[in-house]
Design a protein around this ligand. Structure first.
Ligand SMILES: [Zn+2]
Length: 218
């Protein structure tokens, strides 16, 4: 699996800080299950933790405190093991931790029809700030029109979709807000199944941005 599109550093930092509520956290955690690079980065964020954010002096001349933090987190570490993605053995083929939220008691996915061949499965995360769902879009078809007023996270699980920002295959992660007018289209050959998390009408607010504010001197 080659993953080209990853969660932003801000989102990974929020995840590492435990600042994401259930649905957002599920999307990031499922990407991490598929992506060794983001697992490594998040592990380093977790181990450096809040102490580093508090103690890190701004780099002289650096305008962007957040970039300075990320530059330190991204320092290469020699001999760091790369963990393989866990194999999936369930009927649904979903990776953990998504599997235990999305499968029914028989280990299957209870799809609801949306029309035009598309289906969805609402996922109960217990998170009042966001809605998580699986979407299954027939190969070669457009994603049904949907609106979102806040952030939308999309993680491809199988198949692929394309929009004006690129092509997204298994493991790829997209963060979109209302400024991105995208008309995703499933790639031909295989149905596209993705996890979509949306927050309407609540706005997503970055916990990391608030943590880093002192570094920026604002
Ligand atoms: Zn990644």
């Amino acid at each position: 699996m080659t993953i080209d599109h990853h969660p932003s550093d801000e989102l990974l930092l929020d995840y590492a800080a435990g600042a994401l509520s259930g649905a957002w956290s599920l999307a990031v955690a499922t990407h991490l299950a598929l992506c060794p690079a983001c697992r490594r980065k998040t592990a380093r964020m977790e181990s450096l933790g809040g102490a580093m954010l508090e103690n890190l002096a701004p780099v002289p001349g650096a305008q962007d405190g957040f970039a300075a933090v990320m530059a330190r987190i991204e320092l290469p570490e020699v001999g760091e093991p790369v963990l393989p993605a866990r194999p999936s053995a369930s009927k649904s083929g979903l990776p953990q931790p998504l599997r235990r939220y999305a499968e029914n008691a028989d280990g299957e996915l209870a799809w609801q029809r949306l029309g035009l061949g598309a289906s969805q499965l609402l996922i109960a995360t217990g998170d009042p700030t966001a809605t998580a769902r699986l979407l299954r879009i027939p190969a070669g078809k457009p994603v049904p029109v949907h609106t979102h007023q806040g952030l939308e996270l999309t993680l491809v699980l199988s198949g692929a979709f394309s929009d004006s920002t690129g092509r997204y295959g298994p493991g790829d992660f997209q963060e979109a807000d209302e400024n991105l007018e995208h008309k995703p289209h499933a790639a031909p050959g295989e149905d596209c199944i993705c996890l979509a998390v949306t927050d309407a009408p609540l706005r997503f607010r970055s916990f990391a941005a608030r943590l880093i504010q002192p570094l920026l001197g604002i």
